[in-house]
Design a protein around this ligand. Sequence first.
Ligand code: AMP
Length: 427
Amino acid sequence: MTFKDLGIALPILKAIDEQGYTNPTPIQEQAIPILLNHKDLLGVAQTGTGKTAAFSIPIIHHLHTNEQHTQGKKRIKALIVTPTRELAIQIGENFTAYSKHTNIRNTVIFGGVKQQRQVNAMRPGVDALIATPGRLLDLMNQGIISLRDVQYVVLDEADQMLDMGFIHDIKKIIAKLPPKRQSLFFSATMPKDIVTLSRKILGDFERVTIQPKQATAEKVEQGIYFVSKLNKPKLLIHLIEENPEASVLVFSRTKHGANKIVKKLAQADINSAAIHGNKSQTARQKALGAFKEGKLNVLVATDIAARGIDVEDLSLVVNYDLPNVPETYVHRIGRTGRASASGIALSFCDKEERAYLRDIEKLIKQEVPRMPEHQFVDDGDSQTESEEEKQHQKPRSSSRPKSRHGSSNFRGKNNRNTNKPRPKKRD
Ligand code: AMP
């Protein structure tokens, strides 16, 4: 199937072609006809599947084909609500790319920055607004934004929005939407409260489910290292040094953990940055921008900050901690091996995380390939982190590494080739 077969307007087809998309992804193939047919949609899918285009393209198509009937200043006819600033910006970029040969205008609003610039951007009138819930509600309460004319609404990453405590904001936003509208609801997982929320927003809907398996199995090479907590930093440093050209996204379960990883890498003269909820919006954007442009090779992120981050040519995802929610593993490794690329996802598993690994393997219905023996094996977890920290507080010797490759920080430096970070393929 091609995009042309789906009956999308020509200026949009041209933009899709310029993006280099040759064929629709499975979610696009299924969702676009439903949406062009004005039906509501429940999409059970995660980022990395081509979900953004699946909802943006039909909305742009509708806005574009109805445009000649609208007069005067543009009003917000499409609203896309998404949990994080990063996702909002990314959706805005995609929306702009797909609509570049039309007159459809969009803008993005999110919290954590002064509102004035966002308000100014909306002043001439926009057709589509991409927003995080808090800032949207804030501007609605100030009378700056009205949802009166909204005809298309998308709730994106609904499970993440609930996790982040946006439920009340979402309910207030839904209450202000006109009853006659097309509603789209996307969530990677469907626990009970998400089903309840979806009922509040959707009318007569069709459901499209894209199984996580599709995102993991074929495109992403996975591998697992059994490694003690203590040796995780050494193994990470080793992997990065072995792949100096790779752009590496490292996942940490906690904000504190992310900061600690950045510190450890700095001690080995590896430049990295952390993005998480405690970082300012400017710091997050700066780090993400540098990473996307290839100026920064290593980004350390928590799940919430990284969800949906779309970085072209991301070659390696490292799960420094295994997530305790197995679906999160799928989201994380989906950051690499995006729609048209292939990637590698390596995970570190210490003794306490073995149960998490079992849950993950149950979910993805496959065994994560075991990586070959490496020099950081210390499965006894013999030293605790606090003991290790005590050691770090001791005065340092003058033999600190001067360059990444001059590092003598860890054992087995002469033994580099024994530990290539490529998972062994299993049949
Ligand atoms: P998303 O799931 O919306 O975050 O999209 C994941 C990535 O897939 C983005 O980099 C998109 O630009 C890309 N993408 C979306 N649709 C297609 C397609 N039909 N062909 C190739 N790449 C695509």
